[in-house]
Structure formats: structure tokens, C-alpha cells
Design a protein around this ligand. Structure first.
Ligand SMILES: [Zn+2]
Length: 270
């Protein structure tokens, strides 16, 4: 165990399993000191930065928060960018991933919510399957962005048995969550759970705790009381508190559970 690892375990920090600090909203280079100090103040010391195209993936890897943090990065092409991504760029992605600096592949998937054109969906599927194939060959976990396409995604995933996967930004029904968990996949809950009247509260249950990941998805989806403002990773504390009260589980225990789930997901020893 590294020294940083021991320090974070003593502090029982919060883990943000999915954020996008590389996005220009954060002006990371200029605001690095400030952001790191805000995260430290909130005891948010474990952060996973997720790419959505080649550049943002490399930028995710290049983020440096300084000492005391555990920082991880995922590389992948998001379904929004599938249409303009060339096959040769997927080859470049594979080269990037095979250097073993990234902890996984993501975010990748299918989005029929934003995209209705079947030609666009067709390309999404191809790019998705190419990346699942890379993840399988390199034994890396995948973070999935799936909207209005759960069943289709499950069908595709059947062709990649043994692959570790997480349905990020899960907002579905109890039945969908059960299906995800029955298949041994993880699911990510973000600030949406803090919104009043969300049906997501009824979907969650303690029996799925071993597959739960908590994420900010900053700069999107701010939790209450920041709803409508740009999201910041440290606001994730509100999401943890809400889940702790819904599931009636001690906050400290929840932090520990999510941290270990995340380590399991990325096959990190602890
Ligand atoms: Zn995201």
C-alpha cells in the first residue's frame, strides 16, 4: 500500500467515481490550487476523471491534483461523439489504453434520447462494440452511458462476457436496476437522487449496495441545494448524505463501501 493510499484510508474520504475536471468550465490549469483546496476541505480525495473523446481522455490523464489525492482516469469515445470519430481514432484509443495508465474505458455506450437518426445510432453501436472489444482484450472495466437504450445495451453486452461494467448516471426503474445487478454490473448514482419527487428513490435498495458507485458527473447535474448551478465535484457530499438517509446507512460506512466498490471495479488492491 502506498503512503497516499494509507493517508486516504485514515481520513475515510469521499470518492467521486465519475467527473470531468478536464472540461473548460473548470479552467483546471488556472484554478488547480483553488480546486484542490476545495476538494481537500470537503475530504474528497479520490477522483476518477472520465473522457468522452480522444483529447478529453488524454486531458483527464494529465490532471494533477497534487499530494494527498488518488486520481484515476478513463479513456473512451462517448456516443455523442461516435459519429465524427474515425476507425483509426479508435486504434489510437487502443494504443493509449494499452500503455496501462488509464484505469478503464469510458464513457462509452448508446444514446437514443438525444439521437433519433438510425444512421447515427448505427455508428454509435459500431464505436461502442469496438471499444467493448478493446476493453475485453485489455481486461479493463467499462463505464457506460446508456439513455433510452437499456435493453439494446444489455443485448450487446452479452457478446462480451466477463467484462466489468458500470451503468453510469443510472436514473431507471427498480426493474432495470435489478437487471443490472443480476448481471453483476455496477451502477452510478449522481445528484438526481437529491431532486424532490424523483422515482429513483424507490429504485434504490440496500441489497444492491455492493454494486453502488456514487458520482458527481460535474459540471452537470448539480445536487440540491446547488441545482441549476454549475456542478462542482465537492457537491457530491450532498449526494452521499441523501443516499445515506434513503438507505438508512451510516455516512462513514457508505463512504467506505463506495470506495471499496470502486477499487473492485477497477481491480485495484486495497
Ligand atoms: Zn459523464
Amino acid at each position: 500500500m502506498s503512503r497516499a493510499n494509507r493517508a486516504t484510508q485514515l481520513a475515510n474520504p469521499f470518492t467521486d467515481t465519475h467527473t470531468h475536471l478536464q472540461m473548460e468550465e473548470f479552467g483546471f490549469r488556472a484554478n488547480r490550487e483553488y480546486l484542490a483546496s476545495e476538494f481537500r476541505k470537503s475530504n474528497l480525495l479520490i477522483i476518477n476523471d472520465v473522457g468522452y473523446d480522444l483529447k478529453s481522455s488524454q486531458d483527464a490523464l494529465d490532471i494533477e491534483l497534487g499530494s494527498g489525492f488518488e486520481h484515476y482516469a478513463f479513456a473512451g469515445v462517448h456516443p455523442h461523439y461516435a459519429e465524427k470519430t474515425l476507425d483509426c481514432e479508435i486504434d489510437t484509443l487502443e494504443e493509449m489504453l494499452s500503455k496501462r495508465k488509464f484505469s478503464g474505458v469510458g464513457e462509452i455506450g448508446l444514446d437514443r434520447w438525444w439521437h433519433k437518426d438510425e444512421n447515427v445510432i448505427k455508428r454509435q453501436r459500431i464505436v461502442f462494440e469496438m471499444q467493448l472489444d478493446i476493453a475485453s482484450r485489455l481486461s479493463l472495466p467499462v463505464m457506460l452511458h446508456v439513455r433510452s437504450a437499456y435493453e439494446e445495451a444489455f443485448e450487446i453486452m452479452k457478446n462480451f462476457p466477463g467484462l466489468k461494467a458500470e451503468f453510469h448516471s443510472f436514473t431507471g426503474t427498480k426493474e432495470e436496476l435489478e437487471h443490472i445487478c443480476d448481471n453483476g454490473y455496477y451502477f452510478g448514482i449522481n445528484g438526481v437522487i437529491t431532486f424532490k419527487n424523483t422515482h429513483l428513490r424507490e429504485s434504490l435498495s440496500r441489497e444492491h449496495l455492493n454494486l453502488l458507485l456514487i458520482e458527481s458527473d460535474a459540471p452537470y447535474l448539480s445536487p440540491v441545494p446547488y441545482r441549476g448551478k454549475r456542478n462542482m465535484p465537492q457537491y457530491i457530499v450532498e449526494t452521499y448524505k441523501t443516499i445515506s438517509s434513503i438507505l438508512d446507512i451510516d455516512l462513514e460506512k457508505l463512504k467506505e463501501t463506495v470506495r471499496y466498490n470502486f477499487y473492485d471495479f477497477i481491480s485495484k488492491e486495497y
